[in-house]
Design a protein around this ligand. Structure first.
Ligand code: FES
Length: 171
């Protein structure tokens, strides 16, 4: 992960600390408990904040390095908050053959971030995935929850612009 986009450490609110303590308590005797606790933390925050991992290490005695081993092994876990709008480019074989790499490059260029990163204003998060199951529409991009097919690099700028306008005009 790019350290430049890691959010700064902050003090965890007492309710958040309490919630983590409850998770630790609930899963304390169960096998695979670390993963289950991390799932709950991510469900609460949308990602696993570093502060939460530090507290978890302190409360459980599990070394922080071990917690990060698990967090980085499973792609499901996120270490940074996602953006308000998530753009996911399918990089499965069909989409790749139809030019998904050019879409990623265009998005990276327009948003000023790399794949897996979030813009500093937290408006956009860019990621890639393997086949999303609509290869007939390749190359496919999912913008928030909408799947868009047969996307060309020239479609990227208007796609971003639409979201920016929507952001500016929303109350
Ligand atoms: S490879 Fe992209 S939808 Fe299947």
């Amino acid at each position: 992960m790019n350290a430049a986009v890691m959010p700064p450490l902050r003090e965890l609110e007492p309710e958040v600390q309490q919630r983590i303590d409850e998770c630790v308590e609930r899963w304390s005797d169960q096998e695979g408990n670390l993963i289950m606790i991390l799932h709950e933390i991510q469900n609460d925050h949308g990602y696993v904040p570093r502060e939460a991992s530090l507290l978890l290490a302190e409360r459980t005695g599990i070394p922080l390095a071990r917690i990060y081993e698990v967090l980085t092994f499973y792609h499901y876990f996120r270490l940074v908050p996602q953006g308000k709008h998530n753009i996911t480019v399918c990089n499965g074989t069909a989409c790749y053959l139809k030019g998904s790499a050019r879409l990623v490059a265009e998005l990276e260029d327009r948003l000023g971030i790399k794949e897996g990163e979030t813009t500093p204003d937290r408006c956009f998060h860019l990621e890639t995935v393997r086949c999303i199951g609509c290869c007939g529409m390749a190359p496919a991009v999912v913008v928030d929850k909408n799947t868009v097919g047969r996307v060309a690099p020239v479609d990227i700028a208007p796609m971003i612009e639409r979201i920016r306008i929507q952001e500016e005009t929303q109350p």
